[in-house]
Design a protein around this ligand. Structure first.
Ligand SMILES: [Zn+2]
Length: 302
């Protein structure tokens, strides 16, 4: 799950953001500056989740199981939008899309949040269009611009944003990140391999022939497994919708995604994703993860 905790060495910016939530002083425009790889986007998404979390704990970390947290995490929340360069520029059309939605009050949330990654890649027309929004943002709007080269943005944009600086990482912190990533990707691959194998051998019988220990490994960290499956099936959906490869979570496994995709219609994938996103809530109600896993296997079966 995307969370403040996932970011190493940025206690200061995180504390500033948490204080904004704590004291109810959330502004309209932020500029997250700092080098690549310092967790700026992870912090931005965590902030978006925390701002609208229905169940915000005392430490101001998002709860990660309310519907707002889950939808924001999956990028399917109607009040949460992210924009990144297409073919290395952010076009005026992309900013127009913000304009078209920003003036509609949030449907489900307190705040409507927009994240613009690599904001320095806006064209001049896009910058001017964004400036108009920043001059008179609606009360509920929050825009987060992320950049490693703030000096390339219009001064008029800079002056309207509250700047949050992310520091370059020290050696030890870099090492911790690479350790964490290594661990994480090993786990992810393990889950995907399991599901690929299950699918290739008739899921239900595979499930019953899988050893106790293997099932326990999965059910013991069932939320992590669920998260990987959400990303996996989202990749399949994205592929079927013809979205570009850079939107995938597992682009390195594109061939397997294609193989897998042929078994499912769009409706079916959406139904599976629906089921997966309800799992954290079900676990809150103490439903046994093994039963949830069994149901999931039934859903992906032939
Ligand atoms: Zn929440």
């Amino acid at each position: 799950m995307i969370n403040f905790d996932a970011v190493v060495g940025q206690e200061k910016p995180i504390q500033i953001l948490k204080n904004l939530i704590r004291f109810g002083r959330i502004g309209h425009a932020y500029l997250f500056t700092g080098p690549e790889g310092t967790g700026r986007k992870t912090v931005a998404i965590s902030f978006a989740k925390a701002v609208n979390c229905l169940n915000l704990p005392e430490k101001y970390d998002p709860c990660n199981y309310c519907s707002n947290c889950l939808k924001t995490e999956k990028g399917i929340h109607s009040d949460f939008h992210t924009i990144s360069p297409l073919n290395s520029v952010i076009t005026i059309e992309q900013i127009r899309e913000i304009k078209e939605t920003i003036y509609w009050r949030p449907l489900e949330n307190r705040k409507k949040i927009f994240i613009i990654s690599d904001a320095h890649k806006m064209t001049l027309a896009a910058s001017n269009s964004l400036l108009k929004i920043l001059e008179e943002p609606p009360s509920y709007a929050v825009l987060i611009l992320i950049t490693s080269v703030p000096e390339n943005l219009l001064p008029t944009i800079l002056s309207r944003c509250h700047r949050i600086s992310f520091q370059p990482l020290k050696k030890a912190e870099q090492k911790e990140i690479s350790n964490r990533m290594g661990r994480g990707s090993e786990e992810k691959n393990k889950y995907i391999d399991w599901v690929l194998k299950a699918k290739s051998e008739q899921p239900f019988s595979y499930f019953f022939s899988t050893g106790e220990k293997e099932i326990k490994d999965i059910t013991d960290s069932f939320l992590d497994f669920t998260e990987v499956m959400i990303l996996w099936f989202r990749d399949i959906l994205f592929l079927q919708l013809g979205l570009p490869q850079n939107t995938l979570s597992f682009p390195e496994r594109i061939d397997k995604i294609k193989d897998f995709a042929q078994f499912y219609s769009e409706e079916r994938i959406i139904a599976i994703l629906d089921y997966l996103t309800q799992i954290p809530e079900k676990m809150e109600k103490y439903i046994n993860p093994k039963i949830l896993l069994e149901n999931f296997i039934l859903q992906i079966g032939d």
